[in-house]
Design a protein around this ligand. Sequence first.
Ligand code: ZN
Length: 209
Amino acid sequence: MEKIPLEKLIICSECHTPHRKIRLKDAKTAYCDVCEHVLYHRHDNLKEKALALALATLITFLTASSFPIVKIEINGIWQGLTLPFVFVTLFKESFFVVGLIVSFLIFVIPLLYVVIYTFIMILMRWETGKETIRKLLVTLAMLRPWNMIEIFLISILVALVKLIGYAQISFGVSFWALVAFILFDIYLTKAIRLSDLWDLWDETFANRY
Ligand SMILES: [Zn+2]
């Protein structure tokens, strides 16, 4: 029986059938021939595309955390709600553990994630730092499940719905930046798979030690 190296195989995440991974030339997407689930994509200019996208994601995140997401008026007083305001308030009210967890889930981890992603793509683009990228890709995989900023946006929207009728609400510039950030973030994590970045790493440093 023919032996196929492990890295040349890909397992369907839906039905767990192993397939031999080939370089796609004409097609853009490879499907499982058993259940037709997507196996992997071919990305043209992945280095440039992912770097541009990571930079855009970073800029929208910095915008989202610098200005008010919503402004709320109660009894004639306008209060702007910024991203850091949420966990700073929790700290001020002595909810230290909750404040710490929330600050990690909605601020530290999403920021760290996109900074590491950008750094990986910069190194990849300039074809340097093979070992550093390897470690950063592993870190990225560990951080990924803890990035919960979209849940934060949903909880803000739920809270705002409850406030309708009691307060005047206006969306700040950061609200739209946050929406844009989440869309970019979903694209970065869903459309470009981590395995695509590993493949890119392999290709980039194939002939280097
Ligand atoms: Zn399948």
